[in-house]
Design a protein around this ligand. Structure first.
Ligand SMILES: [Cu+2]
Length: 168
């Protein structure tokens, strides 16, 4: 194997790792509105982040990167009988031009193994990773305001109140 063949993958790896922390030429063609993360208290392991995503081309949200949590996943939440459950999903499809809500009680970004409490009125960096129809990866870097509850104008929580079969 020639030196050149050895060098290329090495450079590519270095470029990829640098790219995580910097503005990208391959910025995702998607808009995020009403984004926020829920404040957490010391000792709390996990919290959620929420936003409305509108893609300019068909995209799939396939991952989340952040420095504030050991693990970040895309989750869905739904009723199974009387019990609200959530689970990680491989990806969330974003049709072109159709807003998709990530909100309490629905799809959300789950931040787990928090490295410290998310303090109200601070900001946390979260990068969303997308794939397009050709499998090309793009990223959207966000600074999410940390709030105790959903901001006015955000989508109302799903799955709470008004649902048949919700025993009290
Ligand atoms: Cu979750």
């Amino acid at each position: 194997m020639t030196l050149r063949q050895w060098t290329t993958p090495f450079l590519m790896a270095a470029t990829l790792s640098l790219g995580l922390a910097h503005a990208h030429p391959d910025a995702a063609h998607v808009k995020a509105d009403a984004a926020w993360a829920r404040a957490s208290v010391p000792g709390q392991q996990a919290t959620g982040a929420f936003m409305r995503l509108t893609a300019e081309e068909p995209l799939r949200l396939v991952g989340v990167e952040t420095s504030v949590a050991g693990v970040a996943e895309v989750h869905e939440m739904k009723m199974e009988g009387d019990v609200m459950r959530m689970r990680a999903i491989d990806g969330l499809d974003l049709p072109k031009g159709v807003p998709v809500e990530l909100k309490p009680g629905g799809y959300h970004v789950m931040l787990m193994q928090l490295k410290g409490p998310l303090l109200k009125d601070s900001q946390v960096p979260v990068t969303l990773v997308f794939k397009d129809a050709k499998g090309e990866t793009s990223r959207l870097n966000l600074q999410l305001p940390v709030r105790a509850m959903a901001p006015a104008g955000a989508a109302p929580a799903a799955g709470h109140g008004g649902h048949a079969g919700h025993a009290h």
